[in-house]
Design a protein around this ligand. Structure first.
Ligand SMILES: Cc1cc2nc3c(=O)[nH]c(=O)nc-3n(C[C@H](O)[C@H](O)[C@H](O)COP(=O)(O)OP(=O)(O)OC[C@H]3O[C@@H](n4cnc5c(N)ncnc54)[C@H](O)[C@@H]3O)c2cc1C
Length: 199
């Protein structure tokens, strides 16, 4: 599937094609050791090209696994999976996740931005359906943020619904898994999300 061809933003010095969480941890360490900016590319569909930076880009397109638990109406979606990857697994099980209208959009980037689509009238935004997020932190630790664990981090992912008067833009940028130039708190995310039944 071709990515958006429009040239946006800076040219990266290097693109690291990660296959595992350990690859992501290594890329983060490399960026920190070299003192260069770091960004994460999921589906590559952000209008403004926020997935790119002038330093190291972590490309998650090789991490596109999806598993669906139809009995418990939940799905675990890897950080580089697209809406099409989710549909390919969910459709045969007669369930669906809240996705947008474009199958090539990345699920993590879509969810972090709120995520509107044809199902929102009944089931809300994609972010409303986020159950948990596995996140790689700037120090290399992998944590799972959920309602029972690391709630502040899950709240940090939830920047669409946040009270912005309490969370200024700088803090928001550094906690919503989009690294900025000042300090990287959280870098890469995989979603554990609710799905709905079509049975
Ligand atoms: C053709 C088109 C159709 C669209 N349709 C819809 C729609 O129907 N509904 C809707 O809500 N939006 C829609 N969008 C907007 C889209 O949801 C956002 O642009 C979204 O940010 C794209 O996510 P991505 O992963 O594909 O993009 P990317 O450019 O890869 O990432 C977008 C942002 O999310 C971050 N990010 C992505 N994946 C991860 C990850 N695993 N961990 C940490 N950070 C990550 C990136 O660093 C970047 O800041 C559409 C966009 C396009 C171009």
């Amino acid at each position: 599937m071709p990515r958006r061809p429009k040239r946006v933003g800076p040219m990266p010095r290097a693109v690291v094609h990660c296959r595992t969480t350990e690859d992501v941890q290594l890329a983060i360490r490399l960026a920190r050791d070299c003192g260069v900016p770091l960004s994460v590319r999921g589906g590559g569909h952000h209008w403004a090209g926020l997935a790119l930076c002038a330093g190291i880009v972590i490309d998650l397109s090789g991490m596109n696994g999806v598993s669906v638990d139809a009995d418990h109406l939940s799905a675990v979606i890897s950080g580089g999976a697209h809406a099409a990857d989710v549909a390919a697994v969910a459709d045969p099980l007669h369930v669906a996740a809240v996705t947008g209208t474009c199958s090539a959009v990345g699920m993590a980037g879509f969810t972090l931005g709120g995520g509107y689509g044809p199902l929102i009238g009944r089931h809300g935004l994609a972010l409303d359906n986020l159950l948990a997020a596995e996140v790689v932190l700037a120090d290399g630790r992998v944590v799972v943020a959920s309602r029972d664990n690391e709630q502040e981090l899950l709240w940090g992912c939830d920047y669409e619904r946040r009270d912005r008067s309490r969370y200024p833009a700088g803090t928001r940028t550094s906690t919503n898994v989009r690294p900025d130039e000042t300090e990287i708190h959280a870098v890469s995310m995989a979603c554990h999300t609710a799905v709905v039944s079509h049975r």
